[in-house]
Design a protein around this ligand. Structure first.
Ligand code: LIP
Length: 300
């Protein structure tokens, strides 16, 4: 990692590429895929397959969106690795890996609920190991609002229109300054496995009385963007994969927030065990609330 006084540590990037160039590619690729899944949606689109459970669905557009992203990435950055939710798994030789979710919020997309996104991030390290990687550039495209939220390590977090000519100018993002749980609007989500959902419901039983309210948007990438926008105060979820969170993680950090995992060292990074995102004063409180033993009485 290289660092300039007063600036966040910047990773040493390969072959002279800059963070700004990678951020621009993330925006371009995410935006192209967002237009595709919105404008090319088939009239009678059904479920193409299921994964971890009968409710963990894949549509043909998830698959085609990932094929499009794979093609765009390989044309622009042929030596980089690729890891995608729908099976893309390219090792690469450059030290950079593209981590993509071709449709995050697939169930919302299937039901035409306007809360789904395309998430594209570039990471350094091993994207397949917990705590072994970190994002350096990322974009979350929202096809329903025709917006793209993006960040590069050290370049801030921004919301831009899908079509720059349409305006307005990019708006800088900043997390909420809320520091009290009782006033916290908390976004969260649930897994696809019934036993996992039962455990998440037990945690929610303790969390719900302690916060202002919860919002279940149905897309981790958009939940993280809303933390960066300050339109929720915090987000917490267990069971996320790298592709759900890679771009949103950086957008939150570049908006002045922190993104935490369950513990210290490698486990301090967000991942399957727990992902918490909020402003610096609130994030540790939200993590403690989600990590307390489930058996603890409500309102303890
Ligand atoms: C979704 C996540 C969401 C979670 C859903 C699902 P997918 O990702 O973005 O936060 O609560 O269960 O995992 O499967 O739509 O790409």
């Amino acid at each position: 990692m290289t660092s300039t006084p007063g600036q966040p540590e910047l990773p040493r990037l390969p072959d002279g590429v800059t963070v700004e160039e990678l951020e621009g590619l993330c925006v371009r690729f995410a935006t192209e895929a967002a237009r595709f899944i919105r404008d090319e949606r088939p009239d009678r689109m059904g479920v193409a397959a299921t994964k971890s459970s009968e409710t963990d669905v894949v549509t043909v557009m998830d698959q085609r969106s990932e094929e499009l992203l794979h093609r765009l990435i390989q044309q622009a950055r042929p030596d980089d690795g690729i890891l995608g939710e729908e099976g893309a798994d390219v090792s690469g030789t450059s030290g950079l890996t593209w981590v993509v979710d071709p449709i995050d919020g697939t169930v919302n997309y299937l039901y035409e609920v306007p809360a789904y996104a395309v998430s594209v991030a570039v990471v350094v390290g091993d994207a397949r190991s917990q705590g072994g990687w970190a994002p350096v550039a990322g974009a979350v495209a929202d096809p329903s609002l025709r917006l793209v939220h993006h960040a590069g390590r050290g370049t801030g977090a921004w919301t831009s229109p899908e079509e720059p000519a349409d305006g307005p100018a990019p708006a800088r993002l900043a997390v909420s300054a809320e520091d009290r749980l009782a006033r916290t609007l908390l976004a969260t989500g649930f897994g696809y496995d019934p036993q996992v959902r039962a455990r998440q419901a037990e945690v929610l039983l303790r969390v719900l009385p302690r916060v202002r309210d919860i919002r279940r948007i149905g897309s981790a990438a958009l939940d993280l963007v809303r933390v960066a926008q300050g339109s929720v105060d915090a987000y917490a979820e267990t069971g996320l994969n790298a592709w759900d969170l890679a771009a949103g993680w950086l957008v939150v950090e570049e908006a002045g927030g922190v993104v935490l995992g369950v513990g210290e060292g490698a486990r301090s990074a967000p991942g399957k065990a727990l992902t918490v995102a909020a402003g610096p004063a609130l994030a540790p409180q939200v993590r403690a609330l989600f990590m307390a033993p489930v058996a603890a009485p409500v309102g303890d």
